[in-house]
Design a protein around this ligand. Structure first.
Ligand code: HEC
Ligand code: HEC
Ligand code: HEC
Ligand code: HEC
Ligand code: HEC
Ligand code: HEC
Ligand code: HEC
Length: 440
């Protein structure tokens, strides 16, 4: 459906100098943020739009390099309580690329360290009861013995590790609760947490670059919509999670109530956790979407959510919903899909020059100059510009406006004469405008 767009863009470059000045005002006007739309199956009202925290995340502008950070997923979902059952643990993964700007920009991974921390969020134990149950749920993991430490050993502040072309920290046990509003529960939910990254020269300690990016996390899973006391088979244990376990035990002859806390993925494999589960049982994604396919088509009852509104990127603003990209419950429950791997591709809908690398997910693909897609576009479900102000902080700081990182001068210093990302040329008007000079 998008295949016409690039050719049109190329033709447009020749007309641009003539009509450009006239159209500038027009595009400026129409590129103002549109009101959010009501979409099938999703609530029209956004109950929460968080205002950006303005300090201390504005990056210093006088540093020599450029740092771009992002969360691998557009949203990480974790349980509110781990006392009875665990679908997903606290586990945010941040990536970053450090770029030395210039006529030929360079991606740097050697000779620099990147420190990460979170704005107003320095601890997790107490904001979640995860560590009370971690030894039973994830025996042998670093979380089993150390509070505030994630399943791969990451804390809430520290150094990212260097990989071949990026920096990464996996499995930070972040919660949606700030230190200044730490009470578990919807009142203090702050799902668009801010990670602060600082790159330093490993020898001299000089600050090379810093940035602030979103680390999204939510505990909004509304199983209680249908599993509250009395709603299924009259089961009423006084707690939605024990209702679910009791129901599962009744239907399947299991003894989950007697095995609490229960890690669903110990029997139903999950690629998110890298757990194979019992090969004779359906994986967790298949089990959940298949069993609930007849019950609902509202993804926000289990995914975050009516309040969190994890789908917030540019395509949401253009009316796309979960099912436009993923299909409905039955498609998600297709037993031939590999959950967490066989996910939608940008290339399914956009022209080939906008596709992922062959066989790879969006989050694993690189584009222009070896930069990850997510470094310019943001993470899945938050494809920039986003309706959540925190998502836009980084690119506003880098190029002066929200939206895709499109200003060639951020990395090149000047507007190069050759083609840039996806074959798009920079324009001489201003690095903030690019074909077809829609300003975002
Ligand atoms: C829209 C209502 C609805 C929501 C939301 C919902 N469920 Fe269910 N769930 C049901 C119904 C109805 C059944 C019984 C379906 C059947 O008998 O085929 C069920 C069945 C189950 C079962 C039993 C499976 C079995 O072995 O029979 C489990 C476990 C379960 N749900 C877990 C959850 C969890 C966890 C959540 C939240 C992440 C959730 N459900 C959200 C309606 C819902
Ligand atoms: C001890 C192993 C075990 C654990 C732990 C477990 N289950 Fe199950 N589950 C089963 C078995 C066995 C079945 C029946 C599978 C079948 O009939 O193919 C089942 C079936 C289901 C189904 C229905 C699948 C379908 O396709 O209809 C759902 C949904 C489900 N489990 C959800 C969960 C959730 C959510 C958790 C965590 C709270 C969980 N299970 C934990 C063993 C387990
Ligand atoms: C514009 C298309 C699009 C829409 C709309 C969309 N998704 Fe996705 N979703 C994707 C893509 C692409 C991926 C895979 C990202 C990757 O490659 O890592 C994905 C991945 C996911 C994942 C796996 C975790 C992750 O973040 O990678 C979940 C869960 C998910 N989507 C749920 C939803 C739900 C729920 C909605 C609606 C609220 C939704 N998606 C709307 C495109 C979309
Ligand atoms: C009844 C609860 C429930 C509903 C409703 C639901 N999901 Fe999920 N979904 C889950 C759970 C639980 C997981 C985590 C599975 C795991 O950890 O492997 C999940 C994981 C996923 C994933 C990642 C794993 C995969 O299969 O690739 C995608 C994508 C996804 N859901 C899409 C959707 C979409 C789209 C909808 C709406 C059409 C939807 N879900 C509705 C419970 C639900
Ligand atoms: C289900 C099809 C579908 C998928 C999958 C999809 N897109 Fe889109 N995308 C669209 C549609 C439709 C539009 C809106 C076009 C319009 O109205 O101008 C759009 C618009 C956009 C825009 C705004 C473009 C503009 O010029 O306004 C960007 C950026 C974008 N998509 C990036 C992505 C990325 C990145 C991915 C993969 C993570 C992706 N899309 C996956 C269908 C899709
Ligand atoms: C150096 C920055 C950069 C990188 C890296 C990058 N893009 Fe883009 N991308 C852009 C710009 C600039 C546009 C123009 C439209 C816009 O600003 O949204 C664009 C547009 C798109 C669009 C919308 C196309 C349309 O039809 O309007 C898609 C889809 C897309 N990119 C996918 C990707 C994918 C997939 C990757 C990784 C393989 C990637 N991009 C890497 C800068 C980048
Ligand atoms: C986020 C940083 C970034 C942005 C934004 C960016 N580039 Fe680049 N560009 C790079 C990197 C990195 C390379 C790879 C340099 C190398 O090692 O060859 C590159 C390479 C190039 C090259 C190949 C020639 C060379 O200098 O090595 C051209 C031409 C180019 N970019 C044009 C553009 C244009 C035009 C834009 C704006 C539409 C743009 N770039 C935006 C980072 C960027």
């Amino acid at each position: 459906m998008q295949r016409f767009r690039h050719a049109a863009r190329v033709r447009f470059v020749f007309l641009m100098p003539i009509v450009g000045v006239l159209l500038l005002g027009f595009f400026w006007f129409f590129s103002q943020p549109k009101p959010t739309q009501a979409v099938a199956g999703l609530p029209a009202t956004r109950t929460q739009t968080l205002s950006p925290v303005l300090s201390p995340q504005v990056p210093a502008s006088n540093t020599p390099d450029i740092l771009i950070g992002w969360n691998d997923l557009g949203m990480h979902c974790m349980n509110e309580s781990f006392a009875n059952l665990a679908v997903l643990p606290p586990y945010n993964t941040l990536w970053a690329q450090l770029i030395q700007p210039g006529a030929t920009p360079k991606i740097i991974t050697v000779g620099a360290t990147i420190q990460y921390s979170f704005v107003d969020n320095t601890y997790s134990a107490g904001k979640t009861n995860f560590w009370q149950y971690a030894a039973q749920l994830f025996p042998g993991s670093p979380s089993a013995t150390q509070p505030n430490i994630g399943l791969k050993g990451a804390g809430l502040a520290g150094n990212m590790g260097a990989a071949s072309d990026h920096f990464i920290i996996e499995g930070v046990p972040l919660t949606p609760y700030r230190d200044s509003a730490p009470a578990p529960g919807p009142a203090d939910w702050y799902p668009y947490q801010l990670a602060h990254l600082v790159a330093k020269d490993s020898v001299t300690g000089q600050v090379l670059a810093e940035t602030t990016t979103v680390a999204p996390v939510s505990t909004e899973m509304r199983c209680d919509t249908c599993h509250a006391d009395g709603m299924q088979d009259g089961i009423a244990t006084g707690n939605v999670e024990t209702n679910i376990l009791t129901f599962h035990d009744r239907n399947e002859g299991t003894n989950l109530m007697g095995s609490r806390p229960v890690l669903c993925a110990s029997c139903h494999g999950s690629n998110a956790l890298g757990l194979p589960g019992n090969p004779n049982l359906p994986n967790l994604s298949l089990a959940m979407h298949r069993r609930h396919a007849e019950e609902t088509s509202n993804c926000y009852l289990c995914h975050p959510g009516q309040q969190t509104q994890c789908l917030r990127g540019v395509m949401f603003q253009k009316g796309l919903t979960c099912t436009t990209c993923h299909g409905g419950m039955a498609q998600v429950a297709d037993p031939n899909r590999r959950p967490w791997i066989d996910l939608p591709r940008c290339g399914n809908c956009h022209a080939p020059q906008f596709a992922e690398n062959p066989g790879k997910r969006y989050r694993d693909s690189v584009g222009h100059g070896g930069l990850y897609c997510e470094s310019c576009h943001g993470s899945t479900h938050a494809i920039l510009p986003s309706t959540q102000p925190n998502d836009n902080i980084q690119n506003i700081a880098l190029q002066g406006h929200a939206g895709t990182l499109s200003d060639c001068r951020v990395c090149h210093g000047v507007v190069p004469s050759g083609p840039g990302p996806h074959g798009i040329f920079g324009t001489l008007f201003s690095g903030g405008l690019y074909l077809p000079f829609v300003k975002r």
